[in-house]
Design a protein around this ligand. Structure first.
Ligand SMILES: Nc1ncnc2c1ncn2[C@@H]1O[C@H](COP(=O)(O)OP(=O)(O)OP(=O)(O)O)[C@@H](O)[C@H]1O
Ligand SMILES: [Mg+2]
Length: 268
């Protein structure tokens, strides 16, 4: 954890060290002279499910990718679990990449496209990383993978290949694969938007079950119903900024900002 991040005036005191699993401070990102993230700050507590909503192009995916350094922020700081990385615009060094590597070990990421290894069975997809990266013995990895596949409702099809699965099944396998690395937080970028409603529901109910187990989850979604019903807090972004963060029942019923009101009117 970098010292200047600890020393910042807003981060002092026990609150910073206690519960937040994810902490972003003033994250900035510019693409081709266009400032896509204009200083995003967000703290997520262990066990929370936080949804991020907002119009297309407002920077939701970029922010999510900055949280695990799939995109390198130009400025700001991100801390996940016990790893913090501060960016002050300078060069991305080897030491930074090492820190990002350590940070990513705490993060499971699930994308809209399921990204399973096509030439591996579902079971192998879930077992491989724990064996290769964490050096788990095959039998341990297999037992854990089967337990996870059971949790996401796929134990009966563990031996099948991804292209024989429905989209909903593939996405649940992708979730099991991410969980196999025992992340502290799961990040989802529109996990259900490639799916028919019925298959989407299978995926959403897995996420609700994980929430009940106490998993910390951040979900970028266009599914306004899910965001309202399942989230502890909803983040509304527009134009590279967080406009408003609130309890979903408050945000949906009486948003404070005119931009939130306008967006919700357009999508609900
Ligand atoms: N690698 C990149 N290079 C250049 N511009 C990018 C890159 N990635 C994203 N952008 C731009 O940054 C802005 C934010 O994109 P982002 O994908 O984060 O939006 P989003 O809120 O996830 O939108 P959507 O809801 O459509 O997925 C867009 O204008 C996009 O074109
Ligand atoms: Mg996106």
């Amino acid at each position: 954890m970098s010292d200047d991040y600890r020393a910042g005036p807003d981060h002092s005191g026990p609150a910073f060290f206690a519960d937040p699993v994810v902490r972003a401070e003033q994250v900035r990102k510019t693409f081709d002279g266009h400032e896509v993230l204009r200083g995003i700050s967000l703290s997520v507590t262990r066990g929370e499910l936080v949804s991020i909503i907002g119009p297309s192009g407002c920077g939701k995916s970029t922010f999510l990718r900055c949280l695990n350094f799939l995109e390198i922020p130009d400025g700001g700081a991100v801390a996940i679990a016990d790893v913090a990385i501060t960016r002050a615009g300078g060069r991305w060094t080897r030491a930074d990449e090492d820190a990002a590597h350590r940070l990513r070990a705490h993060v499971g990421m699930v994308f809209q496209s399921f990204n399973l290894f096509p030439h591996r069975t579902v079971l192998d997809n879930v077992m491989l990383a724990p064996m290769r990266v964490k050096r788990l013995p095959a039998e341990t990895a297999r037992a854990e993978a089967l337990a996870l596949l059971d949790k996401v409702g796929l134990s009966a099809i563990a031996a099948r290949y991804p292209d024989t699965l429905s989209g909903g099944q593939q996405q649940r396998a992708a979730i099991a694969r991410a969980l196999a690395m025992r992340p502290d937080v799961m990040l989802y970028d529109e996990p259900t938007s490639a799916l028919d409603p019925e298959l989407a529901e299978e995926v959403l109910s897995v996420m609700r079950a994980l929430d009940e187990d106490g998993m910390t989850q951040i979900v970028v979604t266009h599914d306004m119903r899910f965001a309202r019903a399942a989230s502890d807090r909803v983040v509304f972004m527009e134009g590279g900024e967080i406009v408003e963060i609130d309890d979903p029942d408050i945000l949906y019923v009486s948003p404070q900002d005119v931009r939130t009101r306008r967006f919700l009117r357009s999508v609900l």
